[in-house]
Design a protein around this ligand. Structure first.
Ligand SMILES: NC(=O)c1ccc[n+]([C@@H]2O[C@H](COP(=O)([O-])OP(=O)(O)OC[C@H]3O[C@@H](n4cnc5c(N)ncnc54)[C@H](OP(=O)(O)O)[C@@H]3O)[C@@H](O)[C@H]2O)c1
Length: 236
């Protein structure tokens, strides 16, 4: 049966690729985007199953309004993909040059953005629903060897905790959460280095892997929450 799917960051990068995968199988996709470009409007006009709304995930009221408008006619959602995120390129200098403002911005979008989204969609999350949070290996406290990118890494470690708490809470509703490191992506966030590297992957490849796991989540034990796009478990 066709699914009802919500995707943040639907305008480009991984979010766009995830939305495309679901549109290809005739699912209904509700997309949230910070800046709706002419290109995204065109894609929406060509796809009757795609409905897009402007939304700043960093703002309570904006998320509330966007979710209420966009999902007004739905009684439940099947999969929610929290994909949107930010990264600051100047966040690569180590503690002495890490500014609080960048940390607050990263936390506000990367962590609280997912919290706001889940809070507003809460009444539509029922039995069998799946919340997919695009985290990063940067959020793994156990595995990290980094000495910089405090703002980004801390925001991703925090969203992992959000995902675990949400998973505990949703257990009673028989709904699930899964968090992914999507790989190093050839997107705007990945930047020129990713575009030139053979260790990076196209967002379409990552989206294919992630959507495939999401659609087959019953094959994965319920306590497997944090994994790569290939399904390899990551340490918290
Ligand atoms: N790229 C990588 O190598 C990599 C690695 C690990 C994890 N990740 C994670 O994967 C996810 C997708 O990354 P990506 O590479 O696809 O990034 P991207 O190409 O930079 O796209 C980011 C998306 O987030 C949206 N966004 C940013 N701030 C927002 C806000 N305040 N409200 C609503 N939407 C907002 C952007 O909207 P606008 O276009 O309107 O600005 C855009 O659609 C992110 O969570 C990222 O942290 C990425």
């Amino acid at each position: 049966m066709n699914k009802v799917v919500v995707v943040t960051g639907v305008g480009r990068g991984l979010g766009f690729a995830v939305a495309k995968k679901h549109l290809q199988q005739n699912d209904v996709v509700y997309g949230l985007e910070f800046q709706i470009t002419g290109e995204l409007k065109k894609v929406e006009s060509e796809n009757p199953n795609l409905h897009v709304s402007q939304c700043d995930l960093g703002d309570d009221e904006s998320v509330k309004k966007a979710v209420q408008n966009l999902l007004a006619s739905e009684k439940k959602v099947d999969i929610i993909y929290s994909v949107a995120g930010i990264f600051a390129y100047h966040d690569d200098k180590g503690l002495a040059r890490t500014d609080s403002e960048t940390c607050i911005k990263n936390y506000n979008v990367n962590t609280l953005g997912t919290l706001r989204l889940g809070r507003e969609i809460w009444p539509l999350i029922g039995k069998g629903a799946l919340v997919v949070i695009i985290s990063s290996e940067a959020g793994s406290i156990g595995a990290t060897r980094r000495k910089a990118e405090y703002a980004y890494c801390m925001s991703k470690a925090a969203v992992n905790m959000l995902g675990k708490l949400l998973s505990n809470e949703l257990w009673e509703k028989e709904a699930r959460v899964v968090m992914f490191h999507p790989g190093w992506l050839r997107t705007q966030m990945g930047g020129d280095r990713a575009k030139q590297s053979s260790n990076s992957i196209e967002p379409e490849q990552s989206a294919e892997d992630i959507v495939n796991i999401a659609l087959n989540i019953d094959k994965y034990p319920g306590d497997q929450l944090y994994m790569t796009h290939k399904g390899d478990i990551l340490p918290w």
